[in-house]
Design a protein around this ligand. Structure first.
Ligand SMILES: NCc1[nH]cc(CCC(=O)O)c1CC(=O)O
Length: 311
């Protein structure tokens, strides 16, 4: 089959999203030097809206317009942060993920202009984050700190921090790497203290289902271990039916020897309830591991914890 000679890549237009597209273009140029690429930038409702994401109808705020451009045939490939792709409903009909790229750092970082770590911050320090996952875990480890709502892309949040709208930020290490701002990091939080979101640090390449030319052209960029990890993580989220406002955290790890494990936690927003499960796949396939860990959390009462949070 003849291969695509031009791939149009649709992406959000934030600096982080455009950096992600550049990574895909670089990797594709190395793998398939004959293929040209073009970038189709779009602004999503999640980018425009600076209020509570749940008030937007939440789901897919960062992906809806990207999906529409792909499905309309105005682009051939979409690059998504898997973290932002809803798992409580199917992917948009007619689209598939052709590859998940090699995973970046999954941890969150603290950014404090004076270089303080969380432990060093005085009581009442205002941490800018609107993420229920981060708020709940900070309430457990640092109840003396105060979370204040903070939205906008990572560059905008750094500007708001510098303008004094908060005293410190929590942002994904991978995102800071992508926008070239790791110089601002004062502390990297271990996953035990700040369990990452499902899909952290992974970029997915989404294509139209029937577009075998593009699917075949980009499939070679995928990482087989990350495919297993994301399959387990997203099945967990699917079974838990987490919404955009759910404090659900977790990560799978494919070990070098081939073993796969999945840890996941569900928090109440005040951090007073913590459900925790960790299992090895053994003979189970990745999706069944995701189901098994989700069922373990449901047995501990996850349904009630998730459903009592408004969304
Ligand atoms: N919701 C925005 C978003 N989507 C993905 C990342 C981080 C990069 C990633 O995990 O792929 C971020 C920023 C952040 O949470 O700090």
């Amino acid at each position: 089959m003849s291969s695509a000679d031009l791939i149009r890549i649709v992406s959000r237009s934030s600096p982080m999203a455009l950096a992600q597209v550049e990574r895909v273009r670089t990797e594709l140029a190395a793998l398939r030097p004959g293929i040209r690429t073009e970038v189709v930038p779009v602004t999503t409702s999640g980018d425009r809206w600076m209020g509570d994401l749940s008030k937007l109808g939440g789901k897919g705020a960062f992906t809806k317009e990207v999906d529409a451009t792909l499905l309309a045939g105005e682009a051939d490939l979409a690059v998504h942060c898997i973290k932002d792709v809803p798992a409580d409903r199917p992917l948009p009909a007619g689209t598939v993920f052709a590859a998940y790229l090699k995973r970046d750092d999954i941890r969150d970082a603290v950014i404090h202009p004076g270089g303080l770590t969380l432990d060093e911050m005085p009581a009442g320090t205002r941490i800018g984050t609107s993420s229920v996952r981060r708020v709940a875990q900070l309430a457990i480890t640092h109840p003396e700190l105060e979370c204040v709502p903070m939205r906008g892309n990572a560059n905008r949040r750094l500007e708001k921090l510098d303008a004094g709208e908060c005293d410190a930020l929590l942002l994904a290490v991978s995102g800071l790497e992508r926008i070239g701002r790791t110089d601002r990091i004062s502390e990297i939080l271990p996953v035990d203290a700040m369990c990452p979101p499902i899909g952290a640090g992974v970029l997915g390449l989404q294509c139209r289902e029937g577009d075998t030319e593009t699917i075949e052209a980009v499939a070679g960029l995928g990482d087989a271990d990350v495919w297993k990890e994301i399959t387990a993580e997203r099945m967990l989220l699917h079974v838990l039916q987490g919404h955009c406002n759910s404090p659900i955290a977790g990560y799978a790890r494919a070990e070098r020897d081939g073993r796969l494990s999945l840890r996941a936690r569900v928090f109440s927003p005040d951090g007073k309830t913590v459900l925790d499960a960790h299992e090895w796949a053994g003979p189970l396939d990745p999706a069944t591991l995701g189901t098994s860990v989700a069922v373990a959390l449901l047995r501990q009462g996850a349904r009630e914890v998730i459903d009592t949070i408004p969304h």
